[in-house]
Design a protein around this ligand. Structure first.
Ligand code: F6R
Ligand code: MN
Length: 191
């Protein structure tokens, strides 16, 4: 049950994804060792700077049946080798839990991978885009533009985040820049 006096509204800035309240999680390059296909390019980039890749501010108003949580994300532009900056990606611990992503600013994509069939889909995410992420679907955000990508993800309070499977075997596909454009490719064995 929500406490009556609890704040239900929050101000946010669509360009910087700053929000007055919520728990902030920041991920730097060093937090993503093993997530990018080109390990050598990763170490070279990290030796240069442990850049901030993304920040998520999560609001969890209540935890009961039917409640919702949401997170405001900002993913900065950049690449490791040819691969665009990305989030770790996860499945929801409650596998049936779906999520709605609302793109606020910038240019990017959501990579979706069905856990049961292994099938991949790439959905544009950015200004004016909404993406529905069904249950049982691993999801990862990638910034393919030159500005920060900001978005909101809304998910059931009981969704939970399972990073284990992705950290172990990664997504089957990688999104790389080729001739100035994003191209989705099969991940090569061992990368
Ligand atoms: C929540 C959700 C997003 C991500 C955010 C960061 O269920 O999907 O708010 O948490 O894009 O990505 P991860 O959590 O994969 O590091
Ligand atoms: Mn999610």
């Amino acid at each position: 049950m929500l406490e009556f006096f609890k704040t239900l509204g929050h101000a946010y800035a669509a360009d910087s994804a700053a929000m007055d309240g919520g728990a902030i999680v920041e991920r730097r390059l060093s937090d993503l060792r093993g997530f990018f296909a080109d390990a050598e390019a990763f170490e070279t980039a990290l030796a240069r700077e442990d850049s901030l890749l993304y920040r998520v501010t999560a609001i969890e108003p209540a935890d009961g049946d039917g409640d919702l949580h949401y997170g405001l994300g900002i993913l900065f532009p950049g690449k490791v080798g040819d691969e665009y900056y990305l989030t770790k990606g996860h499945l929801h611990s409650t596998r049936e839990a779906a999520e709605v992503y609302l793109g606020l600013r910038g240019e990017g994509c959501l990579l979706l991978e069905d856990e049961q069939t292994g099938e991949s889909r790439l959905e544009p995410l950015g200004t004016g885009r909404i993406v529905y992420v069904p249950g049982h679907t691993a999801h990862r955000t990638m910034n393919t533009g030159t500005e920060p990508l900001t978005y909101i993800g809304v998910y059931p309070a009981n969704a939970g985040h399972d990073y284990g499977a992705i950290a172990e075997r990664n997504f089957r596909k990688v999104l790389v820049e080729e001739n100035g454009r994003p191209v989705l490719k099969d991940r090569e064995a061992g990368s």
